[in-house]
Design a protein around this ligand. Structure first.
Ligand code: ADP
Ligand code: MG
Length: 263
């Protein structure tokens, strides 16, 4: 299967994206019953950066991402994007998910099987009452961006796993997001396709410059994809820094072990 390529000749079309946004998460806490799954998590990402949450299964990465998207309500702390407060426990502020303008790609990419590609991608725009002509234009534009223009009228089951993944990404980008949230987006792809898709996604993110939170348990992926990495274990952030800092100067044994720099 050929890898998707970003055509730089496409620069001519102007993608309208929301103003870039700093993300500031402070002392985020979440409990499920008596289990504390996030314990005062504080991380930041600057305009247009990729922040990666890296850690073993069960450490709270998805819970953090779902809290940013507004799909979970945390028990403490705050989440601010640019000048917009998404959540603040102390002031009881909780912006509903549909007003957060987060584009989310879930671990299992969850494209709707009964809808054609163009309807999957257009769905967030229909929710926002885009007029048919503007909706069609935007869907075409985003499908071109992810190299799926020729698949618009097919159904997901007619596409490869990698292509379905790009449909999910196109849907996340359809309404210009303030934040792109990616939860282990490559986990269903085989190793070779995973690497190619990673490079392609990085190019795409650099092109559109949307602030991105990327979740993975794969240290190589994190080192290759990130401006900053937050290494998590059991609901806490053990270290946050650039890939070089995390790799060359791990804060403790857990980080050294997990990133593979010990011994
Ligand atoms: P990760 O994405 O890093 O693998 P999660 O954020 O999914 O971790 O989960 C963190 C912890 O919270 C795990 O121990 C998980 O079992 C628990 N957890 C997640 N969702 C729920 C839930 N809805 N109810 C109870 N426990 C949950
Ligand atoms: Mg997870």
């Amino acid at each position: 299967m050929s890898s998707p390529q970003l055509s730089w000749a496409q620069d001519a079309f102007c993608l309208e994206f929301a103003p870039m946004s700093d993300l500031v998460i402070t002392n985020l806490t979440k409990k499920f019953g008596r289990l504390t799954v996030l314990d005062n998590v504080s991380v930041t990402a600057s305009d247009g950066q990729i922040l990666t949450l890296l850690g073993p299964s069960g450490c709270g990465k998805s819970t953090t991402l779902w809290s940013i998207a507004g799909l979970l309500r945390p028990d403490g702390g705050s989440i601010v994007v640019g000048d917009q407060t998404l959540f603040n426990h102390d002031s009881s502020a909780f912006l509903p998910p549909e007003r957060r303008d987060c584009g989310v790609v879930f671990q299992s990419y969850a494209v709707w099987p009964h809808m054609k590609v163009r309807d999957n991608v257009g769905y967030p725009l229909r929710l926002r009452r885009y007029k048919p002509e503007a909706l069609r234009r935007r869907v075409d534009e985003v499908l071109e961006l992810v190299d799926l223009s020729d698949q618009a009228d097919r159904f997901p089951h007619q596409l490869s796993g990698g292509q379905q993944q790009r449909v999910a990404l196109a849907r996340a980008l359809a309404f210009p997001p303030r934040l792109l949230l990616l939860d282990e987006p490559f986990s269903n792809l085989d190793a070779k396709l995973r690497e190619r898709t990673r490079d392609w996604l990085l190019q795409l993110q650099r092109k559109i410059g949307v602030t991105t939170v990327f979740v993975t348990h794969d240290q190589d992926e994190a080192l290759a994809m990130s401006d900053r990495i937050a290494v998590m274990s059991t609901g806490t952030v053990r270290q946050i820094g650039t890939p070089e800092q995390i790799y060359n100067d791990p804060a403790d044994l857990f980080v050294a072990d997990f990133v593979g720099t010990s011994n």
